[in-house]
Design a protein around this ligand. Structure first.
Ligand code: FE2
Length: 237
């Protein structure tokens, strides 16, 4: 298991690096996609921005893009400090994750996206920068404008899916039916991915055997994740 702020670093056959870490009391999982050739560093949901900037600087790198799965407070915890440290970073999120009506509630926090995705629920658009190409899937239900991102050996699930389950749907802005539609769509995507890709959950929670792995393989998630195997998926029209 990764210690808080410890980075797992891997380089793919395509030269793109993927760094994964776990940070904070809620065990938030962060993923970064790095193309050294073009100096691109795209971080999903950075929690502890000081740690990210310090870890990257040790290798001569600096964040260029923030990609947000959703705007729950724990996922955007690093936003303000990142803007102070790297003011010109691009900030991406889904258009529907701008939730002015929900900002009064403690679970959300405002983020000023510099760019947005605006695709409909359960559709995927391509996002690319340098050698990095990701599929960005609008997956609402846990939160408005929630997205998942996949590419370079990783499916970053945010709070749509954890290793063994799925995100809560009892929060302000949640939509249980939309969540199950998103889960069904995600299952279709996962089934098309190589089984040895990693499913990175938004939080590191317990797996089926009581261990707490940082991630599971796509194959393991398809086989054992209760949401991906729920009879509810068959019942939806
Ligand atoms: Fe969340």
């Amino acid at each position: 298991m990764l210690r808080d702020g410890e980075f797992d670093k891997r380089v793919g056959d395509d030269g793109v690096e993927v760094w994964v870490t776990q940070m904070g009391g809620y065990m938030n999982m962060n993923t970064a996609f790095i193309d050294r050739g073009s100096g691109i560093v795209a971080i999903v949901d950075p929690f502890d921005s000081e740690r990210w900037v310090e870890g990257l600087a040790q290798e001569g790198l600096s964040p260029t893009h923030l990609l947000y799965t959703h705007t729950h407070r724990d996922h955007v915890a690093g936003y303000s400090s990142m803007m102070s440290l790297v003011p010109d970073v691009e900030v991406w999120g889904h258009e529907e994750a701008r939730v002015p009506s929900l900002l009064g509630h403690v679970v959300f926090k405002k983020v000023d996206f510099t760019e947005t995705w605006a695709n409909g629920p359960d559709t995927t658009v391509e996002w690319s920068a340098g050698a990095i190409t990701l599929g960005v899937t609008h997956s609402p239900g846990h939160a408005p404008g929630h997205v998942t991102l996949h590419g370079h050996g990783v499916y970053h699930a945010g709070d749509l899916l954890f290793t063994n389950g799925m995100g809560r749907v009892d929060l302000p802005g949640s939509d249980p039916r939309a969540q199950w539609m998103s889960i069904r769509n995600a299952k279709g995507i996962l089934m098309e991915l190589p089984r040895d890709w990693r499913l990175i959950p938004g939080h590191r929670y317990d797996w089926i055997d009581g261990t707490t792995p940082d991630w599971v393989s796509v194959g393991e998630a398809l086989q054992h994740n209760y949401a991906l195997n729920s009879p509810a998926l068959e019942r939806m029209g």
